[in-house]
Structures are given as C-alpha cells and as structure tokens.
Design a protein around this ligand. Structure first.
Ligand code: T4K
Length: 379
C-alpha cells in the first residue's frame, strides 16, 4: 500500500546552521556597522571558498545569475554561444541579457550534460563560446570540450550552479574552462540564502570581474566601465560562513541517502540513474538525486509517478521540464527544433528529482522508494 506522509516532503530543504551561531555572527556585523561593499565577512568567505573549492581565484556575487551575466561580460563574449536546453532558465537567459544568441545542442543520455560530440557541428563564424552546465553536479566532458574550444578559439564558461565541491581527478571543477559559476541559492548544498560566485584559473581576470560587479567603480573619482551591482552583502556572507561549518556533516548524510536510494531503486525495472562514464569523479557535489523513468519498462509515465507521489504528500520536481528550447522566447530558434534535440526531449519527459537533503530521515527515503515500487507493481 502507498504511504501518505503526514507532512509535506519537498525536493530539498535549506541547510540551516544553529540560529544562535548565526546570531553571534550578525552581532559582529552590527558591531562593525559594515553591511556590504567588500566587508570583513565577505573577505573571509571569499578566502575560505577559494580554498574549499580548490581553485586559484574566486569572486563572490549576490546570486548565480548575475555572476553568469558578468562572466560573459568579463570575457567579452558576443554573437552565438553553444549551450544546452536541459537546464534552469537562467542559463540561456544570461546569454539573451548579454545580447548573445543561444544555440541549443543536444545532450548525452547518460550524463544529461551537453553532448560534446555534437558541439562541433553547431559552430559557425559567429560562435564565440561554449556555455555548458554540470547538470545535477555531474561534470561535463571537460577534456573534449576544451579540445574543441582550443581548436576553434572559443571561450568556455561552465554553469556549475549544482557542482559545489565536485572534483575530477582531485582537481576542483572550477579549474576547468575559462570561468565557472556556482550558485549559493537557499536550495543549494552550500548557500548564502541568495548568492553565487565566479571561479577562474586566470587570476588576471579578478580585477575586471570585481569592477564589473561594482558598477565599474575603481575609486571615488573613476568609473572604468558599465558595471552592474552584483555584490554579496555581509548578511549573506555571514550565513555562508556558518553554513560552511555544517557542510562536512551534510555531505556525509547525503552520501548515505544516495546509497539508500540506489540500493532500493536499482531493482525496479525502468528506473535509470545518471552516469558520467569517462570522467574520474573523485568527489561529488551531492546536490540533487534524479532518476529517469522509462514509461514502457516501468509501466507508468514520469508524469503519472509525479502525480501519484503528490497524493502521498511527496513533492518531487521535474528538473528540467520543459526544456529551455520550448520556452516561447526561444522556440523559434532553428536550434530549438525538436529534430535537433531528440535526447533532450526524451530526457525532459523522463526526469524526476527526488527529495534529497541531509535532514531527511533514512526511513523516509526507504518509504519513498517503497511507494515508487508500489506504483510500479500496481500497473
Ligand atoms: N543555473 C542553473 C543550472 C541553476 O539550477 C540555477 C538555479 C541557476 C543557474 C541560477 O542560480 P541563482 O541565480 O538562483 O543563484 C530552484 C532555485 O530557486 C534555483 O536557484 C535553482 N537553480 C533551481 C534548480 O531550483 P525552483 O523554482 O525550483 O525553487 P522553489 O522555490 O520551487 O524551491 C524548490 C523547493 O525547495 C521547494 O519546493 C521547497 C524547498 N525550499 C525552497 C526555498 C526557496 C525550501 O524548503 N526553502 C526555501 O527557502 O528553483
């Protein structure tokens, strides 16, 4: 029998440090009377995260989307950029806000990331960059993407919104490509309520990025360029510092939940997990846990499973459905045509993000899996 939970179970819950720890940090801000504009908390957090993510340079932002807009500006990207339709709206919107045309490339059916083997065919004389997403924290084929970029003289930007802490061969994911963006939104493993960061290997980029996020202001009498307000404030940074202290435990809990999900769901026909076959992922981000449901083999469609789980008070999410290429603002683009994106269209109909956060009891995960098994058996 299906079990209905008494209280709603959401896809995620924010990692909340003890309130008294946050209050103590806020007292420091009150004492300093310094609320934003590169304050003490900001400087501390920037230094800690640079170290935590194992990257040469980093710049904090008020959210991931503004950070990504600035990434494009800082590299002077223009014309056309090849990207994925299987992502959050922010990814292509950032291009549009920079007056750049997004060109949608199909995805790999296992990693759900942009299919590196299909990028070359999308390159035109207008192409200046590749904007790839490490979907659900699983790394893209960074080596192949860099090879293509080097050959054609393109920049590489990674939307690493989900990939906080991901490492390949013990190298921080932010070391690949020209710039990577991390999101620190409340729903992310590491968060600052709202927030984000740009990570980059070329430390020479830092002055330009820091100018761009502060209106282009160099000093009281010089404004160097048309910048934006992308600054992270002291409250955000303080919350981030408190969340950092809870991260190791949160990661451990999520690792255990991931194992429980795998153990129970792998036996059910028609359920598939994401995989990154040719990349040595030495550390995962544990950001999301997503499955694919093959309707024929499972006996019910993803939408039916979504609806049934909702009646059990389990609020799973269809990340990322609809595809960005189906939004009214993009669907007229030739690259958005379904014939160009067969895998992305298939995956968008199969994907389901299940509840995944440290506070979720193992017993609840077992019950969620049990409910999915019952849905399969009730065909
Ligand atoms: N690129 C990618 C690939 C992204 O996924 C994102 C953001 C970005 C770029 C942009 O980064 P930011 O500019 O946001 O830094 C959520 C997040 O709002 C969004 O940040 C995230 N991706 C996306 C994947 O998920 P929604 O519309 O699903 O959020 P919402 O409000 O429905 O929250 C989901 C669930 O989380 C709720 O059902 C309950 C729980 N929740 C949420 C919030 C906000 C809480 O328990 N407490 C909370 O405070 O987008």
């Amino acid at each position: 029998m299906l079990k209905k939970f008494d209280n709603p179970i959401y896809v995620t819950r924010p990692l909340l440090p003890p309130l008294e720890v946050v209050t103590k940090k806020l007292q420091e801000i009150w004492d300093a009377k310094w609320l934003t504009n590169n304050g003490a908390q900001h400087q501390l957090l920037e230094a800690y995260i640079t170290q935590y993510l194992n990257i040469p340079a980093l710049s904090l932002f008020n959210n991931g989307t503004i950070a990504l807009i600035v990434a494009c500006q800082s590299l002077r990207i223009s014309g056309e950029v090849i990207t994925t339709p299987f992502t959050f709206p922010a990814t292509p919107h950032v291009l549009t806000w920079n007056n750049i045309k997004p060109i949608f490339c199909d995805i790999d059916p296992h990693s759900l990331n942009i299919d590196a083997n299909k990028i070359e065919a999308m390159i035109t004389p207008e192409t200046t960059a590749i904007l790839a997403v490490h979907v659900f924290g699983n790394p893209c084929d960074v080596f192949k993407i860099q090879e293509i970029a080097d050959y054609y003289g393109l920049k590489v930007i990674y939307d690493a919104a989900h990939a906080f802490g991901t490492e390949i061969d013990n190298i921080g994911i932010g070391q690949f490509g020209d710039i990577s963006m991390f999101s620190f939104h409340a729903t992310k493993l590491f968060h600052t309520v709202e927030g984000g960061a740009l990570a980059f290997k070329d430390t020479n980029l830092k002055p330009r990025i820091d100018l761009l996020k502060n209106f282009g202001i160099k000093n009281e009498e010089m404004v160097m360029m048309p910048g934006i307000n992308g600054k992270m404030n002291e409250m955000q940074a303080a919350v981030g510092l408190c969340v950092l202290d809870c991260l190791a435990e949160e990661r451990q809990k999520r690792k255990q939940l991931l194992e429980v999900y795998h153990q129970h769901l792998k036996k059910i026909p028609g359920i598939y997990f994401t995989q990154v076959p040719d990349i040595n992922v030495t550390q995962q981000s544990y950001q999301y846990f997503c499955i694919r449901i093959n309707a024929q083999e499972f006996g019910k469609s993803r939408n039916e499973v979504y609806d049934i789980l909702k009646t059990c008070n389990i609020f799973v999410r269809k990340y990322f459905y609809p595809l960005c290429s189906d939004y009214p603002c993009y669907k007229q683009l030739p690259s958005a045509h379904k014939d160009n994106l067969p895998i992305a269209n298939q995956i968008a109909d199969e994907i389901l993000a299940l509840p995944f956060y440290g506070e979720l009891p193992v017993a609840d995960v077992e019950q969620i899996c049990h409910n999915i098994a019952i849905i399969h058996q009730n065909n």
